[in-house]
Design a binder for this molecule. Structure first.
Ligand code: 0RA
Length: 653
């Protein structure tokens, strides 16, 4: 076996003795959720991210530029990298190969030894040993020191020694694993989910190539393969995210810098839309709740643009003060930092806490913006003009918003006339159905259990908030009705808009639209509204989508509902008394309106029989891109997306 080099002072030389053994793997199998978040499809994909993260760490340490991930036909996974390879020397204390230690001892990845690794993932980074513990089979192959080493495991326990199986002039690690179906609820990998993450990782790690291969044959008998690589880094990422929007400046502003061991990379672009989209990462992990890095970024944007606007007389004619958010209207930005010891806080541990990061980011971004403004007066003017418009629009929006809220107070908290409220006043027990169209609304009112179910009919297509200016949104009748019926309001605190949901009147808000193209368009419009203006309702799991059936299969008095093609075939088969029984009739429901009240209750509203899909946001970055594409200005990409990718839209439960 290989020699042991023991020089902990030398950072380039990692070896067996640096690996600290911490915990056993039984704990992982007993409480998998604690280690990989969940045992559903999310947890399943997390296993891949965990292995890839280790390879990325090799890239960050400067030793790896290629990572290939393969989904095999049996849903097992192989991840190949060209890093240094997991050390294979003898671990002094444990008297085992370092490879075996890394693969079988929790937290032995070497990452807890701060000196060894430059940076590593904060929320991930539980180690490949977790993946091993949760796999019925795992094989680790290491190319290192001229040889190919290999060891196999089952449920985290070695089933072989570390053996030399060949020679190689290359270095790297190949991990193949098959998740344990007694622990994971599903084994079916989604290509698109992995592809989204690989693409993101490519943008976040300039110069790294990530390849994804799906060996499972698709409907046309073909395998899928994509390679993700970005020379432009975050600047390219921003351009990708804004592909359906109209940019204000020619190229994104791209900032790269480093101070006190904190690496900072930021890219920003302004577009003609009204929404602000700042996405942030710490050590390649999405920080949904932002944190000190985002604060630093915002501070720099406000400071520099404000200064420039003041110095150049942009705000002279304004009757009110410009506010921080005016500088962020139509802004798309990515803030990525790499820090050695990230501290995460917040509800879902998605917020960076390290306080030193704020001023580092603010300073590095500030310097770059200063240069940009000095050197690009034309582009600077375009941005500042937009800021001035945003400030006036904000005034108008504030007035419109107050009107909604004031009107509500003046009319004694009067609920919208269209709302058929429920009698129960406990939000946790109450539901509201947002129903497309007055006629379906009428049926729903008859069919509901008025004790706990409220109905709010919405007239046709609601306003597309992706395209409308903010004050128009608050002036829109359907949107006003939703605010008032739900009992939520937008408040301003320290110049930030916050959705107050303390008085939310229902803990289930169910979108109920026709099961056709128009219906799903309306569902998407309503979802876009919730995503942009009532996001906390989604984050708290209050938003649902009703699932009305597509077919009614009938034979005499006998009938069954069907929600998809398979259901329908089964229903037909089970009712047929003979082959091609033409006394079995199939009715296709084109809209909710074709059902009577009783049918609507039985299939879609009765809590004991209905299916509701809870709306969750797995990936806010992708979600934003999808909404801006589906609802934005350009039609062609939308049509293309719906035609080819509709089933992948990751906005469903
Ligand atoms: C421990 C130490 C070193 C690398 C790794 C683990 C490592 C783990 C994985 C998992 C997938 N690919 C990987 N590549 C490397 C440092 C190695 C050295 O200093 O030579």
């Amino acid at each position: 076996m290989s020699e042991i080099v023991d020089d902990p002072q030398d950072r380039g030389n990692y070896d067996a003795s640096n690996i600290q053994a911490l915990e056993g793997l039984e704990a992982v199998r007993k409480r998998p959720g604690m280690y990989i978040g969940s045992t559903d499809t999310k947890g399943l994909h997390h296993l891949v991210y965990e292995v890839v993260d280790n390879s990325i760490d090799e890239h960050l340490a400067g030793y790896c530029d290629m990572i290939t991930t393969i989904i095999h036909p049996d849903n097992s996974i192989t991840v190949i990298d060209n890093g240094r390879g997991i050390p294979t020397g003898m671990h002094e204390k444990l008297q085992k190969s370092a490879l075996e230690v890394v693969m079988t001892v929790l937290h032995a990845g070497g990452k807890f030894d701060k000196d060894t690794y430059k940076v590593s993932g904060g929320l991930h980074g539980v180690g490949v040993s977790c993946v091993n513990a949760l796999s019925v089979y795992l094989k680790a192959e290491v190319r290192r020191e001229g040889k190919i080493f290999q060891q196999e495991y089952s449920k985290g326990i070695p089933t072989s020694e570390v053996v030399v199986v060949g020679e190689s002039t290359e270095t790297g690690t190949t991990i193949t694993f098959k998740p344990d179906n007694t622990i994971l609820e599903t084994l079916e990998y989604k290509y698109e989910t992995l592809a989204v993450r690989m693409r993101e990782l490519a943008y976040l790690n300039q110069g790294l190539t990530l390849s994804l291969i799906d060996e499972r044959l698709d409907d046309e008998g073909k395998i899928k393969q994509e390679t993700f690589h970005s020379e432009g880094g975050l600047a390219e990422f921003v351009t990708y995210l804004d592909q359906s929007r109209t940019s204000i400046i020619a190229n994104p502003i791209h900032v790269i810098g480093k101070e006190d061991n904190v690496e900072v990379e930021v890219a920003l672009q302004y577009n003609t839309s009204y929404s602000e989209n700042i996405f942030s990462y710490v050590n390649n992990i999405n920080t949904r709740e932002g944190g000190t890095h985002v604060s630093g970024f915002r501070r720099a944007v406000t400071r520099l643009f404000k200064q420039y606007g003041d110095d150049n007389g942009f705000f002279k004619k304004m009757k009110f003060a410009v506010s921080g958010e005016d500088f962020r209207e139509g802004l798309t930005a990515i803030v990525s930092v790499k820090v050695q010891e990230p501290q995460f806080k917040g509800q879902t541990k998605g917020e960076l806490g390290n306080s030193e990061v704020t001023s580092i980011v603010s300073q590095i971004v500030g310097e770059k913006l200063k240069h940009f403004l000095e050197e690009n007066p034309n582009e600077a003017r375009k941005i500042l003009d937009k800021v001035v418009v945003a400030a006036s629009a904000r005034e108008a929006a504030r007035k419109a918003r107050e009107m909604v809220q004031r009107k509500n107070i003046l009319t004694g908290g009067g609920l919208p006339g269209k709302l058929a409220d429920c009698s129960n006043k406990h939000p946790a027990e109450s539901e509201i159905f947002l129903v497309e169209g007055d006629s379906a609304g009428g049926t729903a009112k008859q069919g509901r259990d008025r004790h706990f179910q409220a109905i709010l009919p919405l007239r046709g297509k609601i306003l597309n908030v992706e395209k409308a200016m903010e004050h128009k949104i608050y002036e829109n009748e359907e949107i006003k009705n939703m605010f008032i019926a739900l009992g939520v309001s937008i408040e301003e605190k320290d110049g930030e808009k916050i959705l107050n949901i303390e008085k939310l009147r229902y803990h289930k808000v169910v979108i109920m639209c026709d099961a056709d193209v128009d219906g799903s368009h309306i569902t998407t419009l309503i979802l876009t509204f919730f995503f942009r203006f009532m996001r906390p309702l989604i984050d708290n799991g209050y938003i649902y989508i009703a699932a009305p059936p597509l077919y009614l299969v009938k034979r005499g008095k006998d009938f069954k509902y069907a929600w998809n093609e398979a259901d329908r075939k089964e229903a037909v088969l089970s009712m047929s008394k003979k082959e091609n029984d033409d006394s079995v009739k199939i009715q296709r429901y084109k809209g909710l309106g074709e059902m009577n009240a009783e049918q609507l209750w039985d299939t879609t509203m009765d809590p004991t029989t209905r299916t509701l899909r809870q709306v969750t946001i797995e990936d806010a970055v992708e979600c934003d891109r999808v909404f801006s594409m589906l609802m934005g200005e350009e039609v062609p990409p939308r049509r293309h997306f719906i035609e080819t990718h509709a089933k992948y839209a990751r906005i469903d439960a």
